[in-house]
Ligand binder design. Structure first.
Ligand code: GLC
Length: 619
């Protein structure tokens, strides 16, 4: 039901529309979906007809909670949305109640406006509601790619949506459907694969999980497929993120390759119904995607028929041109519909207002953008009197629940890729006399969760949320008579019946993870050497956001597991080590022998990797 004010306006509109239709050859019968669509389009058009330019441009503006000059700016400027970027926590704290109260406060303020159009509140819940303490942290996408399990990916997205909704929040800047073609990129782990088909299949599954089949479902969250298009195909040395060599760089490929490699996931997520798409910071042959009218409008909106809205990336519009107002005009005219302006939201509103008044940006373009945004809000049921705008407190019992953790544990199991297993090293018996555990990531939730965990960049140690480390999981799994000892550096393993060494990368996000050297660090190499020197079988577990250069460490290991970034449920690793479950994961990225081979993807002429895409042992 519309609010009273809107009902009057809408009734007038319908009478007019009814007279018009009666004069035409109205279709004899229309489907419910078509009626619903007509209904929403009619409601959107009647609302737009009543909006001022300030109200329209406000809907096109998204500020960050930590960037608001005044929380009432949500109403003062008729903002369409607020976000929390990685680590942008509510002032009151990082627990689920602080998040919920912060969201509800801003939503209530948004309803104080004349038209009372609710805000969309966006977060990056890219592997669980990962900003919030106590949330279940799932494996990052690279691990989910190794599962090849679309149903599981959909189930994880569904659970993530429930945990996000438990805080009231209704928009998730996910899934990332990038096709990462160079593992030196810091965002490789956000990709499902180097192969477009797998990225497309799992990306679509994630959209279905987040949104369900009905965006107005109170447990649905709006998805944002990202980053359109080719963020994973940039050329090394062209990076535009601080000193990063790849991130936000330039994709220097033909249109044929762009369409063959990087576009397929966007066909799939559009078919899955993603309500929004986020353009990429990166460029194509020197032209920033955020100002690329051909790719944003001609290809995505016209050729591919995309009817949702485009949300810019975080301050990405400012990269389009050195002059802010020019950049705003270029990006909006290119097809960006809502601007992610964490701090410069007032400047954006002022600039766009001037651009419309001077005719640089047409009223038609503004109305098209607002129509796309409002259509999504109507589809989400946000405009209805009984809209679920406040958090459903009954969801709190499901937030971080054991049931959710069991699904995450299963995902960890299915994401593990067994690269080597000689002399029957695995599975281990739970009753052997002594297991020595070593390595910097054996007892570290932060390392096993990776970036986008509590903090944007993530962090080593216990600073993050609860969960089970791999060492804790091993201790829980073994029999009462089995001794488990631990040392960071691998020393002290003498006499053990097996040594498990957990090594790899420490957390990073985006361009901070770009590198030209994926060789294991000296600490890790030394830990495996010390384990090997003990004479006991060595099981090495790699915690990383991508394949790494293993060198002799692989030779020193009797068994070797790629565990990616498994998240909080380390039990899943123990489940496989002790044979409760056989490993089933298959590489979703090619594993190179040396840095000389990088970048190396399936189909390359000189394709001679250490482990091929799709490789994975079992027992
Ligand atoms: C970041 C990322 C994007 C994210 C956005 C909001 O810079 O590029 O993936 O959704 O900003 O946090």
């Amino acid at each position: 039901m519309l609010r009273k004010y809107q009902r009057i306006v809408f009734a007038v509109y319908l009478i007019g529309a009814g007279i018009f239709l009666a004069a035409c050859d109205a279709p004899e019968s229309v489907s419910t979906a078509q009626l619903a669509s007509v209904d929403i389009d009619a409601r959107v058009d009647s609302l737009i007809a009543d909006m001022t330019l300030a109200e329209k441009i406000g809907q096109m503006t998204q500020a960050e909670i930590t960037g608001l000059k005044d929380p009432d700016d949500v109403a003062n400027y008729f903002l369409g949305s607020v976000l929390s970027g990685g680590g942008a926590d509510p002032a009151a704290g990082n627990d689920v109640n602080s998040w919920t109260e912060a969201y509800e406060d801003l939503q209530r303020r948004s309803l104080q406006t004349r038209l009372a159009i609710p805000i969309l509140y966006g977060v990056d819940a890219v592997h669980g509601h990962n900003n919030v303490l106590g949330a279940v942290i799932f494996p990052h996408n690279i691990g989910l790619g190794a599962t090849r399990n679309a149903d599981l990916v959909e189930e994880i997205a569904r659970i993530t949506a429930v945990e996000v909704r438990a805080t009231g929040i209704n928009w998730n800047f996910a899934p990332c459907v990038c096709v990462a073609r160079d593992i030196r990129w810091g965002r490789t782990y956000e990709a499902f694969s180097e192969e477009p088909e797998l990225a497309a299949e799992l990306g679509a599954a994630a959209v279905r999980g987040y949104q369900t089949s009905d965006l107005s479902d109170p447990l649905a969250v709006l998805a944002s497929a990202k980053h359109y298009v080719g963020d994973g195909g940039t050329a090394f040395g062209t990076g535009d993120f601080e000193n990063a060599p790849l991130d936000q760089g330039d994709m220097q490929v033909s249109e044929e390759e762009l369409r063959e490699i990087h576009l397929p996931p966007f066909y799939s997520v559009i078919e899955a119904g993603t309500g929004t798409i986020m353009p990429s910071y990166s460029s194509w042959n020197g032209e920033k995607l955020h100002g690329h009218e051909y790719l944003l409008t001609t290809v995505l909106k016209e050729e591919m028929g995309y009817e949702g809205f485009l949300i810019s990336d975080y301050n990405a519009i400012q990269q389009v041109h050195s002059d802010f107002k020019t950049a705003v005009g270029m990006s909006i005219n290119a097809g960006v519909d809502m601007a992610m302006m964490p701090n410069d939201y007032i400047e954006f509103i002022e600039a766009l207002t001037e651009l419309v008044e001077e005719g640089t940006v047409s009223e038609e373009r503004i109305d098209d953008a607002v129509r796309r945004i409002l259509r999504v809000k109507f589809q989400m049921g946000l405009m209805d009197d009984d809209a679920p705008l406040m958090a459903d407190r009954s969801l709190l019992e499901r937030f971080g629940s054991d049931e959710h953790r069991e699904v995450a544990r299963r995902a960890v199991r299915e994401s593990l890729v067994l690269l080597k297993n000689e002399a029957g090293a695995l599975p281990l018996s739970k009753d052997i006399a002594r297991i020595h555990v070593a390595g910097k990531s054996a007892d570290d939730i932060g390392n096993q969760s990776g970036g986008w965990t509590i903090e944007w960049q993530g962090a080593s140690g216990e600073v993050t949320t609860g969960g089970t480390t791999i060492l804790e999981a091993i201790r829980r799994a073994v029999g009462a008579d089995t001794e488990v000892t631990f040392s960071l550096d691998g020393n002290g393993a003498e006499g053990a019946d097996a040594v498990i060494v957990v090594i790899g990368e420490t957390p990073y996000a985006e361009g901070s993870g770009d590198t030209d050297d994926l060789t294991l660090d000296a600490e890790d190499i030394a830990a495996v050497e010390a384990a090997h020197a003990s004479g006991a079988p060595v099981i090495t577990i790699l915690i990383s956001g991508r394949p790494m250069i293993l060198g002799e460490t692989l030779d020193r290991s009797d068994a070797f597991i790629a565990a990616w970034l498994p998240g909080t449920e380390g039990q899943g690793v123990a489940d496989v080590i002790f044979g409760d479950y056989a490993p089933t994961g298959k590489l979703s990225f090619t594993w190179p022998r040396s840095m000389d081979q990088v970048p190396l993807t399936v189909g390359a002429d000189d394709y001679d990797p250490l482990f091929e895409w799709g490789y994975g042992l079992s027992f």
